[in-house]
Design a protein around this ligand. Structure first.
Ligand code: ZN
Length: 93
């Protein structure tokens, strides 16, 4: 995952009636953590559920493709990146 330049992941809450979604930074997960395992390490910030799914962050992917700045480019400023590790995202800045 890190080798592909991925620094974020899109996560979705599957809890009934919640559907919260967010983009999280992956830079504090172990580099060898399999991508799907991120879902096991985060928790919904809206309802606290652990029924979380994770997907490749396609918005970041497309944004970087559009800008032509390469895979390590800065994300758009409207990008809301929350939570980096367990618990998600209750840590204080
Ligand atoms: Zn939720």
């Amino acid at each position: 995952m890190r080798e592909q330049g991925e620094t974020t992941a899109a996560v979705f809450c599957h809890a009934r009636g919640c559907h919260h979604s967010a983009v999280i930074s992956t830079d504090r997960f172990p580099a060898d953590l399999p991508f799907p395992d991120i879902a096991l390490r985060v928790r919904c910030s809206a309802c606290g559920s652990r029924e979380v799914g994770v997907m490749k962050d396609m918005r970041a992917h497309y944004a970087r493709c559009r800008s032509g700045a390469g895979p390590m480019a800065e994300l758009p400023p409207d990008y809301r990146v929350i939570g980096r590790d367990v618990p998600w995202p209750d840590e204080q800045a």
